[in-house]
Design a protein. Sequence first.
Lengths: 376, 153
Amino acid sequence: MASADTLGLLLQGVANVTPQSVVMIGVAGVLLYLGIVRRYEPLLLLPIGAGCLLANLPLSPLVAEDGMLRVLYDMGIRNELFPLLIFIGIGALTDFGPLLENPRLVLLGAAGQFGIFLTLLLALALGFTRPEAASIGIIGAIDGPTSIYVSGLLAPHLLGPITVAAYSYMSLVPILLPPIMRLLTTQKERRIRMPYSQRTISRRTRILFPIVVTLLVGTLVPFATPLIGMLMLGNLMKESGVVERLTQASAQEIANTVTLFLGLAIGSTMVGAEFLKPSTLAILVLGIVAFTVDGIAGVLFAKLLNVASGGKVNPLVGAAGISAFPMAARVVQKVAQEEDFENFLLMHAMGANAAGQVASVVAGGVLLALMGAGGA
Amino acid sequence: MMRRYTVGVRGREFVIDVQEQAADRFEVVVEGETFDVTLSGDEDLPDASITPGYQPARATGAPVRPAPPAAPLPPRAIAAGTSTVSAPMPGVILEVHVKAGDHVDRGQQIAVLEAMKMHNLIGAPRAGTIAEVCVAPGQAVGHGDALVRYAES
């Protein structure tokens, strides 16, 4: 005969459903929807959504001691391994050629990080602690792995919302950026043509670039060493051309595997009690602010460069100075071509975009240095 | 030896002077403009559209050499003194949407150039007739390489 005890044991799951976990499963549903139906960064949002769903099931063994999601989190998020592995892959895919052809674009990459610091101040004003504010500000780097890296060190409890914000906004680049660009520029400015400057970059320069950048950034901003070191390692492997198999593995197999692990582990941090707080909403809003300010600062700075150069810089290129490589550069090209189909800013935008990628990493290192935390 | 070809293309007549410099090099003069033409391939096509029936003396059995330059010539001939649409940046041509003889309007899509993994639409800079398409899908182009040439303006 089934006693009440037996019944209790069999229905443990049902008995442990909490309102919070139901809401979080709803959140997981939204993430899955965004990834699968709306195609917003499906490679990340699908695993994150799945991780979130699995972690919020009642008594989920996956997040218990030695549960798979817990193991993944300890293995790669808590010690920053996963974002760094992803960075090798990004480096192996990034072509710094357009930046080397037009080095002054590096200034635009720097301007595109402005949102980080403004958002940080805003977050402080809203009552977040300093490490939390820095982690929220880093959403303004518009770079997923950098955001994960910095917030993982400074405020691991905010990792879920920060990652979701960073990746969601990255996928919104094509929607959010163009209105900012159009609002801040005149039609005449958008029509400024920037002819492609053909400069052949020697193989030696391409190989030396990652090494020199690593030495320089690593010395100036030691906290950025892990990120810049891995980014440039990937790039060195790509440009050297002698380790084709390693380059391939970093850009494809390793990056894909780690993306799956990373997504699941991040999703598993989004459990009811941690996620369902007003601070999550604030983070999502501040993320948009960071993003918008980045775009505005980039375009305005490019306008300044345009004046300084006597009308030779199309301010639209400034919008590519945010990270989000290479989406931002493509958006710039699209907006420019809407005005003048014969205007091709892509290469310049790509240069600014690659600069933004490096600048994001440096900004992340600077933040960590300011907070006195880091891998050292 | 200099040979003079008189060809009609779309109702217009062109006089083309071909001067043989070497077995594979010819100097071709079309409407006062001189081109250096290099012959890289030489074959008889059974369904070639050019029937040199107007030159009975050399119609068949004649040395093939002077004839081949005539085949690639008409497009170039029309290109004389006209403008070119060139690649705005290095990349790979994915699609070509026009063919020789097509009329295009300003802004009409001519080709798709993939650069930095982005598909870039190349539009016609002005209305006119396309004389020659210089690229094929899958072809890598450098900055400034000709994509298509217009016929006379």
